[in-house]
Design a protein around this ligand. Structure first.
Ligand SMILES: NC(=O)c1ccc[n+]([C@@H]2O[C@H](COP(=O)([O-])OP(=O)(O)OC[C@H]3O[C@@H](n4cnc5c(N)ncnc54)[C@H](O)[C@@H]3O)[C@@H](O)[C@H]2O)c1
Length: 306
């Protein structure tokens, strides 16, 4: 099949629903063989079912492409390895990996349990590591390298009631940049999309977001997984479907040197820091009260008393 991904093999985690499903179908329409990896869980990660991934395999096959379902939990190393082994054993290669599996367990930080924190970090951040680890070992040795595509969120900057999700998504950004940095010499790219789309995950956000349909994220994903973007790596792109934006690369802004024997004292810092390097305004503070109020109004149990 002709297209941006002709004869390529693409793994999509979270391909059973929402954004991942849209990417799996779009990659298939562009000529790829697809590993549809999905645990088939509810939004909080509970009640796994194999039917979700199998249904998308049927949809992929209906556009004339080949697909295989893997229905395990991507936070497990053996599942990441199984997914990549399946691609290689079936089609001989793994050209691209898109990690769109995700869950949410919303709670204010001071009420969040260890289990709620670990679960979300493990599905999102470890769920990227398991795939990036297994796939990069193959990609670095195969002709043409490969493409790793992470899914972060604008919430990586900060979140009121999802510190677990925000921390995981910040980790995904750093993991992706590290993958891009370490794998550049092997022809492997790594980028992230921070999507906004109307899915069961975004339905729960208690404030207005700029979001299109889940399928609208797929064109950018296809592009970043294709040979057309081989020069693009270590980038984070917001995508709402109708708007794509590139994020800045973190860098120090201003610095000061210690004056007394090269070592700072608390007194010197207190005297000089505010007037020399100062601090940086956090833009999200401007919207904080509205977001807190909307969350309280929604009264989901994730608020101060939840
Ligand atoms: N929808 C948005 O607006 C939005 C915003 C920011 C970030 N994101 C991110 O985009 C990605 C896709 O989100 P979505 O809105 O399509 O979500 P979704 O809930 O529609 O789909 C997520 C899929 O991941 C699967 N999944 C969950 N845990 C899994 C696990 N352990 N192993 C394998 N599969 C698992 C689920 O079964 C589900 O099919 C997620 O990483 C999400 O955090 C989405």
């Amino acid at each position: 099949m002709a297209g941006y991904l002709s004869d390529k093999t693409i793994v999509v985690t979270g391909a059973g629903n929402g954004i991942g499903r849209g990417i799996a179908l779009a990659c298939a329409a562009q000529g790829a063989n697809i590993v549809v990896a999905d645990y088939g869980v509810r939004i909080d990660g509970s009640e796994p079912s194999s039917e979700v991934a199998e249904a998308v395999v049927t949809e992929v096959e209906s556009v004339g492409a080949e697909a295989i379902a893997i229905t395990g939990d991507v936070s497990l190393m053996e599942v990441g390895q199984q997914i990549v082994d399946t691609a290689v054993d079936t089609w001989g290669r793994v050209d691209g990996v898109a990690c769109a599996a995700g869950i949410v367990r919303e709670r204010m930080l001071f009420n969040m349990s260890e289990e709620e924190f670990d679960h979300v970090v493990s599905v999102h951040l470890k769920g990227h590591f398991t795939l990036f680890r297994a796939a990069s070992a193959v990609m670095r040795k195969q002709e043409g390298g490969g493409s790793l595509l992470g899914f972060t969120s604008g919430a990586f900057v900060a979140s009121t009631a999802q510190a677990n999700y925000s921390a995981a998504k910040g980790g995904v950004v750093s993991l992706t940049r590290s993958a891009a940095f370490a794998l550049r010499r092997y022809g492997v790219t790594a980028n992230c999309i921070a999507p906004a789309a109307t899915t069961r995950i975004s339905e729960n956000v208690p404030f207005e977001i700029e979001a299109g349909d889940p399928e609208d994220i797929a064109p950018l994903a296809v592009y970043l997984l294709s040979d057309a973007s081989r020069d693009i790596t270590a980038q984070i792109y917001t995508c709402t479907g109708s708007r794509i934006a590139v994020w800045n690369q973190p860098a120090e802004l201003r610095h000061m040197w210690a004056q007394n024997d090269g070592v700072f004292t608390v007194d010197e810092i207190a005297e000089r820091l505010p007037s020399t390097i100062g601090d940086e305004e956090m833009p999200m503070f401007g919207d904080l009260e509205r977001r807190m109020q909307e969350m309280e109004n929604r009264n989901t149990g994730a608020g101060e008393s939840g």
